[in-house]
Design a protein around this ligand. Structure first.
Ligand SMILES: [Zn+2]
Length: 297
C-alpha cells in the first residue's frame, strides 16, 4: 500500500461513528450536555460558499434540527446520534477550543472541514429519514436511493478482516441496521473525501463546483486504490471482540452510480459534472469494477 492510502485509511479509522439506539457501542450513553448548541447553519452556508463548497443540502436542513456539542473524543473523530439529532464533534473544532461554538470553516484545516461535512451529511440523512420528503423532490429521490442500496447492495458484502491484507476477504450478511450504517458511512467517506480534496487543490479554492481536472485525477486514483470504502460496527458480540469496525473489501467501494447520485442530489452539481465524476470512477478494466446492486426478493 502506498503512503497516501495508509494515511487516508488511518484518517478514516478515526473519522466517525454513527450510533443507532439498538447498538450498545458505547458503554454509557452520551451525557446530556449542558452546553448544547444549535448548528450555526446560516454562518456555515456563507463560509462554505466562500470556500466554494457545495451548500445545496445545507440549505435544505432546518436550522433547529441538529444540536452540537464538543467533547474530547479519543476513539473516534466525531459521533452522530440520530435519535437525538445530536452531533458530537471534537473539541478542536470549537472556537478557541472552549467547546462553546463552532470555529469558522475558514479557520479549520482541510481535514477538519472534511470531517465536519461527513457529519453534516449524517445530519441531513437523519432529517430525510425523520421527515421523509415528497418522493419527487431531490431529497425524496436521495432517500429512496439510499434505502434501495441498503437492501440491494449493502445487505450482503465482503469485508477485509485485516485492513492491510486487502486481497483476503470474507462474506458477511448484514442486519438491516448494519447495512444502513454501512451505506451511510460509505457515502459519508465519499462526502468527506470530496470536500477535503477540493480544499487540498489550492487553485480551486473559493471557486464554486467540485469538479476540476485535478479533482477528477485524484478521484480516479482514489477509486483505483479503493480507498472510498465504508465500514460498520458488527452487532455480533463475538465478532465485536475481534474487531470494533469492519471495513468493506475493495469491490464494495463506492460505485460510479452512487457518486453520480451524491453529486447531483446532495451537492447540487450540474449533471455533466456528475457524469465526469462517474466516468473518472470507472476502472479501466471491467474485472476491477465495483459490485453493483442486486436485489434478491
Ligand atoms: Zn460517519
Amino acid at each position: 500500500m502506498g503512503d497516501i492510502l495508509v494515511s487516508w485509511i488511518n484518517r478514516l479509522a478515526v473519522a466517525c461513528i454513527i450510533v443507532a439506539a439498538a447498538v450498545p457501542v458505547r458503554a454509557e450513553s452520551p451525557q446530556p450536555a449542558a452546553d448544547l448548541t444549535r448548528l450555526p447553519l446560516a454562518a456555515l452556508i456563507s463560509q462554505s460558499e466562500e470556500l466554494g463548497l457545495p451548500t445545496k443540502f445545507l440549505r435544505d436542513l432546518p436550522s433547529d434540527f441538529v444540536t452540537v456539542t464538543f467533547e474530547d473524543l479519543h476513539r473516534w473523530g466525531a459521533e452522530y446520534h440520530p435519535e437525538e439529532h445530536h452531533m458530537i464533534l471534537n473539541r478542536a473544532l470549537s472556537f478557541n477550543q472552549a467547546a462553546g461554538s463552532l470555529r469558522p470553516l475558514t479557520k479549520m484545516t482541510t481535514s477538519e472541514v472534511g470531517n465536519l461535512y461527513h457529519e453534516l451529511y449524517h445530519a441531513y440523512m437523519d432529517y430525510l429519514e425523520t421527515k421523509p420528503p415528497d418522493p419527487s423532490t431531490d431529497g425524496g429521490r436521495l432517500l429512496a436511493a439510499t434505502q434501495e442500496l441498503q437492501k440491494c447492495r449493502y445487505a450482503e458484502v465482503k469485508i477485509t478482516p485485516v485492513l492491510q491484507r486487502r486481497t483476503s476477504t470474507e462474506v458477511r450478511y448484514l442486519s438491516e441496521r448494519e447495512a444502513w450504517e454501512t451505506q451511510h458511512e460509505t457515502w459519508g467517506v465519499f462526502v468527506q473525501w470530496a470536500i477535503w480534496t477540493k480544499l487540498e487543490l489550492i487553485a480551486s479554492r473559493g471557486k464554486p463546483g467540485l469538479v476540476t481536472e485535478g479533482w477528477l485525477k485524484r478521484l480516479k486514483k482514489a477509486d483505483h486504490d479503493s480507498i472510498l470504502v465504508g465500514y460498520y460496527e458488527p452487532e455480533d458480540p463475538h465478532e465485536r471482540k475481534l474487531a470494533q469496525k469492519r471495513y468493506l473489501a475493495p469491490a464494495y467501494r463506492i460505485s460510479p452510480q452512487e457518486i453520480h447520485t451524491i453529486m447531483v442530489l446532495l451537492f447540487g452539481e450540474p449533471s455533466d459534472a456528475a457524469d465526469r465524476a462517474a466516468t473518472a470512477a470507472q476502472p479501466a478494466s471491467p474485472k476491477n469494477a465495483a459490485v453493483l446492486p442486486t436485489c434478491k426478493q
